[in-house]
Design a binder for this molecule. Structure first.
Ligand SMILES: [Fe+2]
Ligand SMILES: [Fe+2]
Length: 191
């Protein structure tokens, strides 16, 4: 498997872990228990930030070369790229809601006002990843050659992952601990 696709697939596994955590928090909310709003904010912030600045641009670089190899994929690539924008927008909307709760700006918020944008983010992103894994990722492996991958690598150097790496960003230490990752087990004194 091309290492670029392997990395994207591994990132999907990480994203899915975070979406499961988010789902569980929204379940608490639905059961009238107290969810961890800070945890939800950290998750959605990571998903927006890392996906938007690293994961999606790398995918788009791969998909645009794929389109050169097979122009029939135009609609598929356009759809996936459109979804990247939708994901960013729905993530930003949900993040905004969570921030206003944390900052005490909207103490009286209806359950649906928080749950609906949250569930929408989760289902949209899950369906999107599924579509990529079963479609364009597989085609990229079949149709792109070594020179294509070199071009992609020159164009898109992945930036360091601020959560799933050995160098966890201060902002995500708490989330990293809740994920039980080895990288942050000994970092309690950093915060
Ligand atoms: Fe994507
Ligand atoms: Fe993806």
């Amino acid at each position: 498997m091309a290492k670029e696709i392997l990395k994207l697939r591994k990132e999907h596994v990480n994203f899915k872990k975070l979406l499961d955590m988010l789902d569980a928090q929204l379940d608490l909310l639905r059961q009238a228990e107290d969810p961890d709003y800070q945890l939800m904010t950290d998750i959605i912030y990571y998903l927006i930030e890392y996906a938007d600045t690293s994961h999606h641009p790398r995918e788009e670089a791969i998909f645009s070369l794929l389109l050169e190899r097979d122009p029939n994929l135009e609609q598929d690539v356009a759809e996936i790229t459109r979804q990247h924008n939708t994901i960013a927008e729905s993530g930003a909307r949900f993040h905004e809601k969570l921030e206003s709760i944390i900052n005490g700006e909207s103490e009286i918020m209806q359950l649906q006002e928080i749950e609906a944008p949250g569930r929408l983010c989760i289902t949209t992103l899950r369906a999107h990843m599924d579509k990529e894994e079963k479609g364009l990722f597989m085609l990229a492996e079949q149709l792109l050659n070594n020179d294509d991958w070199k071009k992609i690598n020159v164009k898109m150097r992945p930036k360091s992952d601020p959560l799933f790496s050995t160098n966890v960003d201060e902002r995500f230490l708490s989330l990293c601990r809740q994920l039980g990752q080895a990288a942050c087990k000994n970092t309690h004194d950093r915060k």
